[in-house]
Design a protein around this ligand. Structure first.
Ligand code: NAD
Length: 322
């Protein structure tokens, strides 16, 4: 982005700086946006900036970011002691506070009171309906869900979901802004519990648990089939795109050939929701620790995962979908 364009853009704010908020800080600042940061817990805010410094230092050490770019990125980020100063003059707010309806409603009352009238108030909520969060607010028309996939500075998809009062112009501005950051907004037409991404994830997790608990395979078997099977295709094509390629005549032929097999399979899936009781969690966690190592190894695994996802994204943009 040119310096002149970056200067002409108004700042953005990240409100709430936990796992998701701190990652959003990197998304905005990396794209050249002046990024105001606020969290009512100053220790948490400081921790987020420390995380940012460490993550960027790693990127410099790996040679994926220059020292100059790292300094410039950090220069764009400012910590604010209160909400009014964080929101002053911003065009967009990414709220990433706790996932409880009454807390989100209280945060949104404050955001609506202090943010400039035209500022978009976007929420990272994973499951809450903006119609309910913004209910009764004077500025409900500028409130919208922008649900990222963790962590948004590595994974680009963002589910965008307006509330009942959100104007089409706010939807357009949100999608444009997210695209300008290098994210991939996906507009949902209506609210469904869990939105779309987590519904698909929950369907798969339910089946994964059932396959292990009913003794068909073990934790490693399930993960290997995704890691070395379905997941490799899914990074390039979704379930419909995959189906389209599974028969020479495309999805029509594939469903004509295999639709009845799918009906049989879908009818055979266990519809019962797993209990998630202590014994079940212990069995699954023991298998997972055997496969992936102890929790101490998680930061190392995440750093590896994020590095390879970045490489995959670079490969995808260098050799785009034909
Ligand atoms: P988190 O618990 O790590 O962070 C929440 C942050 O909100 C904390 O820093 C806390 O100090 C701050 N906070 C508390 N009260 C606040 C207030 N009144 N105003 C502003 N900030 C306040 O949570 P998280 O995992 O980062 O999740 C944040 C949001 O992102 C949630 O809505 C969650 O559903 C959504 N989300 C989470 C994930 C995930 O995998 N963690 C993925 C996508 C979306």
């Amino acid at each position: 982005m040119s310096r002149a364009r970056a200067r002409s853009q108004r700042p953005v704010a990240v409100v709430g700086t936990g796992v998701i908020g701190r990652s959003w800080i990197q998304v905005f600042a990396r794209a050249g946006r002046e990024t105001r940061v606020y969290d009512p817990d100053p220790i948490q805010a400081r921790r987020a900036l420390d995380w940012l410094a460490a993550d960027l230092a790693d990127a410099v050490a790996q040679g994926v970011m220059s020292r100059h770019a790292e300094r410039e990125l950090r220069r764009r980020v400012s910590l604010h002691p209160d909400l009014p100063s964080a929101l002053s003059g911003v065009e967009y707010v990414q709220e990433s506070g706790p996932e409880r309806l009454e807390v989100k409603q209280a945060i949104y009352r404050e955001l609506d009171r202090h943010a400039a009238r035209r500022a978009v108030l976007a929420s990272s909520t994973s499951a809450l309906d903006m119609t309910r969060i913004a209910d009764g607010l004077a500025g409900a028309s500028r409130c919208i869900v922008a649900h990222p996939v963790n962590p948004p500075h590595v994974i680009p998809a963002v589910e965008v979901l307006p509330g009942a009062a959100t104007t089409p112009a706010v939807v357009t501005r949100t999608c444009r802004l997210l695209s300008s950051l290098g994210q991939s907004p996906v507009l949902l037409r209506k609210y469904a519990v869990g939105f779309a991404l987590n519904r698909m994830q929950a369907a798969l997790v339910r089946e994964a648990i059932d396959l292990v608990e009913s003794g068909v395979t073990d934790v490693n078997g399930v993960d290997a089939l995704i890691r070395d099977g379905l997941g490799l295709r899914w990074a390039l094509l979704g379930p419909f795109g995959v189906g389209h390629g599974n028969a020479d005549g495309g999805l029509r032929e594939y469903y004509a050939k295999y639709g009845s097999a799918y009906i049989g399979l879908m009818n055979a899936l266990n519809p019962a929701t797993p209990s998630f009781d202590d014994a079940m969690v212990d069995r699954l966690a023991t298998g997972t620790e055997k496969m992936e190592g102890s929790v101490k190894k998680i930061p190392q695994i995440l750093a590896w995962r994020d590095r390879l996802v970045r490489e995959l994204r670079t490969l995808k943009s260098g050799d785009p979908h034909p």
